[in-house]
Design a protein around this ligand. Structure first.
Ligand code: ATR
Length: 294
């Protein structure tokens, strides 16, 4: 670790709570490995104080911030310019304090998601996809898949109207992609899962108060020709991934995406990046060993 001196640049995370976040370990591991003169800290920030936190961070000379739950939407209001991904998804997870006074808001979730698929040798181009969820996490996933030119995406959500709204927001970004929204209670969901190359859980079902539950629990709809991806990384595997694995599907948990979106943020702040999948493996092991995950 490089010494912390008066020239050390500061990065951070704002959210509430941040006490269980893996980002400080992840980012400081990467900072050390790259030999950068930066440090990364977690700052708990209450709802209603996001503007003050962002302006304060700029005034204190921070180089960048990650933004996590519940501030990703609110942060959109307090930056000077938004990347296309942040604008379309309506969520900022990365803030960069550029030269001069400009505060830039970006969303790296979709890049982390796509890079994790790449690590698993899955090219979404022309594929059939089904995404459970219509919140911020689902928006990042759907945005990434649309950008990659998948054949179609079915958005399945408990509250159908939110799925319809998400599909509407993404329409027109890539005219060849067929987007549809269905309610979770719809009678055709099993059939649609069966004919999907990629099934993604972007809901919170399977963690927190729903730990041990699965957004879809009919294992007979999964099969060996598909990837089932759960954005949840704690616990791992979730019930959904266990069921899918039993049916022969390839499964991916959310840790790779967490790591890769974080490394994308670090790249945007420092210009430095890792290129190898081995680094992600090492980080996975480090975070699983030290991060209180199970
Ligand atoms: P995030 O930003 O992490 O995506 P979010 O915006 O609150 O969080 O979205 C949570 C997603 O999980 C939503 O799609 C939500 O469905 P609704 O839109 O119907 O609320 C979904 N979700 C959460 N708990 C659920 C449950 N018990 N059953 C089904 N879906 C659930």
């Amino acid at each position: 670790m490089t010494d912390v001196t008066t020239t050390t640049k500061v990065l951070g995370l704002i959210g509430d709570p941040v006490s269980n976040s893996l980002s400080p370990r992840l980012q400081n591991w990467a900072i050390d490995r790259l030999g950068l003169d930066y440090r990364y800290f977690a700052f708990p920030v209450k709802v209603g104080a996001v503007k003050e936190a962002v302006i304060g961070a700029r005034e204190l000379g921070l180089k960048g911030l990650n933004v996590t739950v519940p501030h990703k939407k609110a942060a959109v209001e307090y930056v000077d310019c938004l990347s296309r991904a942040a604008r379309v998804t309506g969520a900022v997870n990365t803030i960069k304090f550029g030269e001069g006074e400009k505060i830039e808001g970006d969303n790296t979730d979709w890049q982390g998601f796509l890079k994790s698929l790449e690590l698993h040798d899955f090219d979404p181009d022309g594929k059939k996809c089904l995404v459970f969820g219509a919140g911020g996490a689902a928006a990042g996933v759907v945005y990434g898949l649309v950008r990659k030119g998948v054949q179609n995406i079915v958005i399945v959500n408990r509250t159908e109207a939110k799925g319809v709204e998400l599909a509407r927001k993404m329409e027109g970004l890539s005219p060849g992609v067929d987007l549809a929204a269905r309610p979770l209670a719809g009678s055709d969901i099993g059939e649609r899962i069966e004919c999907s190359d990629l099934v993604v859980n972007a809901t919170s079902v399977g963690t927190g108060s729903t730990r041990g539950e699965a957004i879809w629990d009919d294992a007979s709809d999964f099969h060996s020709e598909q990837i089932v991806y759960d954005l949840i990384y704690n616990p791992s595997p979730t019930k959904l991934l266990k069921l899918a694995a039993e049916s022969g599907a390839t499964t991916i948990d959310g840790l790779d995406m967490l790591i890769l979106q974080g490394l994308e943020s670090l790249k945007s702040w420092t210009g430095e990046e890792f290129v190898s999948g081995e680094t992600v493996d090492e980080l996975r092991q480090y975070l699983r060993a030290s991060g209180g995950l199970n």
